[in-house]
Design a protein around this ligand. Structure first.
Ligand code: ZN
Ligand code: ZN
Length: 274
């Protein structure tokens, strides 16, 4: 199993970091988790095009996690030689978001249908709204859905992917530590968590920025979750604020105070294999 941090940014625009998005590749499945800003630039850099995806999993409907979902839908459609469903999984109201995107894309869909004689179908998007406890298969890779706590954003979910060879990874999405996330992470090979640096955020005298402290895991929170659940490798992403060049050791040290195993963090396209 290969895990690639496609986009390690956050809602804060960053010239060097795409928005939140992670690619998980197993022997017979390529799964995109979240579709932040610039996702297709990074997916292409990782060697994949949208029709090669088995499915797209969405952790929650915050804008930074779905900004470029429309681009994935359009590009999957125009690059597919025949009607092929784009499989989307996510929390309740994902269908509403997709319906809105398709309405926004209606002029473009009309132009392309009129222009290309061999393109005779509109985008085929197959939405499955999921809840904690759900399980499904993508090829031989099993996906389990778990609860996260990102309140007042509700509902939100995390995903655990396990391949046929026994490798496993949890994509925690946004949120603070909770029992649901601990249970999903139990014994996982890797745990990917979106994080903020509480010590830095607290120094910024801006009320709207301070608001984010109560619904995100800090680096230390993520490390404690990893230890409680006995995961193999802790992977940090969605850095708030953006990880500046040379800051990696400082962020890693904060996590290492609470977690003994390997800690992975870095620029977009940082990857690890399990
Ligand atoms: Zn969020
Ligand atoms: Zn986010």
């Amino acid at each position: 199993m290969k895990i690639t941090l496609l986009g390690t940014g956050s809602p804060i625009p960053d010239p060097n970091r795409a928005g939140p998005s992670t690619l998980v590749q197993s022997s017979d499945a390529s799964v995109l988790v979240d579709c932040g800003r610039g996702v297709l630039l990074r997916l292409t850099a990782a060697g994949l095009l949208p029709p090669m995806l088995s499915a797209v999993l969405i952790t929650h409907l915050h804008s930074d996690h779905v900004t470029d979902l429309n681009d994935v839908i359009t590009t999957h459609w125009v690059m597919s030689p025949e009607p092929t469903p784009l499989k989307l999984y996510g929390p309740p109201r994902l269908q509403e978001v997709v319906d809105g995107l398709l309405a926004m894309l209606a002029p473009d869909i009309g132009y392309r249908l009129a222009h290309h004689a061999d393109l005779t179908w509109s985008p085929v998007v197959e939405v499955t709204e999921v809840a904690p406890g759900d399980e499904f298969a993508l090829g031989s890779t099993r996906v389990k859905v778990g609860a996260t706590d990102h309140r007042p954003v509700e509902p939100t979910v995390a995903y655990r992917l396990e391949d046929a060879e026994g490798a496993s990874v949890v994509l925690g999405g946004d949120g603070v530590p909770c029992d649901g996330l601990d249970a999903l992470c139990q014994g996982a090979g890797a745990y990917v968590q979106t994080v903020l640096r509480e010590d830095i955020v607290r120094m910024v005298p801006n009320a709207r920025f301070q608001d984010i402290l109560d619904y995100h895991s800090s680096v230390e929170d993520a490390a404690r979750t990893a230890t409680r659940a006995g995961v193999g490798t802790l992977v940090l992403t969605h850095y708030i604020p953006g990880l500046a060049p040379g800051q990696e050791p400082e962020w890693r040290a904060k996590a290492a105070e609470h977690f003994d195993g390997p800690i992975v963090l870095g620029d977009d396209l940082t990857a690890l294999e399990l």
